[in-house]
Design a protein around this ligand. Structure first.
Ligand code: C6P
Length: 410
């Protein structure tokens, strides 16, 4: 079943206009818009059963606890996992930091190696730099091929050694859209005894993702990029690994018994959820996941593939535009980074904004990737299930306006 043509009606913000022009939202890699059902779930929690979870013995507290744990089960089912393996975090960034501290500090030793790639978002790079500094470990880097924005996987064999403790890799680039062969990377990493963390911030919202098929050990993603609220995200981890990890944060609700000098801790996932969790947003993420399932993740992926095909063809017609990343639609997702010769990406984005078109410009929290491409910045259009070919047409019209504004010849 394709995405219904009236799907935009589900998103109140997409009904808005800017200076009398329809809002064209092409920045879903930064954050997605939210369907009405998610907004209603937030309001319902606060109006009908706002209470803390895992504590109260009264009815609304029981309802809140049930809804919170049901949300965990829905998210787990969405990625083919067990609920006990799903830890709620603030987002991808916190999920990766959780692993870097709780797993890294316990299991990475001086002289060990951590493998990252040049393509990573800073969230999947800086926590590993900090871990390496804390533990006296070394970072090894898989390079990006500048010509097509894919990983140099031949280089993987050079950096994987019997000292490799952990491999951290994005499933899908937030800049050039490259989809990495995570299953193959995980197999090669496991062959040297390393564990594998996949940054799913840009894949889980956009394609069917099952942890069993990925073959990784940890998966991190954010609710706000998949129709859910901000401030909620997920760390999935293999049960045995989570059980072996000490806590990340200490506080209420993650303990079993507390003495003055020491404590014992709950089993995962609650061991990693100290303090009052983000109850409302977790519940609303469960609703977001149901919304995505009602559309079907295959349909979401196919919809985006068709849009990217159209966008690549249309952008090729705009003089001076250069698009980065793979051209093979099977090897890429819906983030399309580009430059317009002679105009800084920030200026591109600003003129597009005056036309009601929202794109991101800058390094997109991926400075090393931009350096590998020989660039300081790009403009980026990114699509989601609610975008249409008309949105791409508006982008192209906007780029012609940019050219005219800066006096570039047609
Ligand atoms: N990328 C973008 O515009 P948080 O901020 O924790 O929800 O997600 C961080 C993150 C981690 N990995 C990848 C691949 C990402 O794309 C992001 C967020 C946004 O590209 C905001 S910088």
């Amino acid at each position: 079943m394709p995405i219904p043509s009236d799907v935009r009606q589900d998103f109140p913000l997409l009904q808005r206009s800017v200076d009398g022009k329809p809002l064209v939202y092409l920045d879903s890699a930064a954050t997605s818009q939210k369907p009405r059902v998610v907004l209603e779930a937030l309001q319902r929690y606060y109006e009908e059963y706002n209470a803390n979870v895992h504590r109260g013995l009264y009815r609304i507290a029981e309802r809140a606890t049930l809804a919170y744990e049901e949300a965990r089960a829905k998210v787990a089912a969405f990625i083919g996992a067990a609920a006990e393996e799903v830890v709620f975090t603030r987002g991808t960034t916190e999920a990766i930091n959780l692993v870097a501290y709780a797993y890294g500090d316990a299991f990475v030793r001086p002289g060990d190696e951590i493998v990252v790639t040049e393509m990573e978002h800073h969230s999947n790079l800086v926590p590993w730099q900090l871990l390496a500094q804390r533990r006296g470990a070394r970072l090894r880097v898989v390079r990006v091929r500048p010509e097509d924005g894919t990983l140099d996987l031949e280089g993987l064999d050079q950096v994987l050694t019997d000292r490799t403790r952990l491999v951290a890799v994005a499933h899908q680039s937030n800049v050039v859209g490259t989809i990495n062969p995570v299953r193959e990377i995980a197999q090669r990493a496991h062959a040297v005894g390393a564990v594998v963390l996949v940054d799913g911030a840009q894949s889980v919202p956009h394609m069917p993702v099952r942890v069993g098929e990925l073959g990784c050990d940890f998966l991190a993603f954010s609710g706000h990029k998949m129709c859910g609220p901000t401030g909620i995200g997920v760390l999935w981890g293999r049960r045995g690994l989570l059980e072996a990890m000490p806590p990340f944060h200490g506080g209420g609700e993650m303990i079993e018994r507390v003495e003055l000098e020491r404590s014992t801790y709950k089993d995962p996932p609650h061991r990693f959820e100290a303090g009052t969790p983000n109850i409302a947003d977790a519940i609303a993420l469960g609703v977001a996941v149901e919304y995505l399932q009602s559309l079907g993740m295959e349909a979401v992926r196919e919809h985006e593939k068709a849009l990217v095909r159209y966008a690549l063809a249309q952008l090729a017609e705009v003089r001076g535009v250069r698009v980065y990343g793979p051209t093979d639609l099977e090897a890429r997702g819906g983030a399309v980074a580009f430059t317009l010769e002679g105009v800084h990406p920030h200026d591109v984005a600003q003129v597009l904004d005056s036309e009601g078109v929202c794109v991101r410009a800058g390094h997109h929290c991926a400075q090393p990737l931009h350096r590998a491409l020989g660039l300081a910045a790009t403009a980026r259009a990114s699509v989601y299930l609610y975008n249409t070919p008309e949105d791409i047409d508006a982008l192209v019209r906007g780029l012609e306006r940019v050219r005219a504004f800066f006096g570039l010849s047609r």
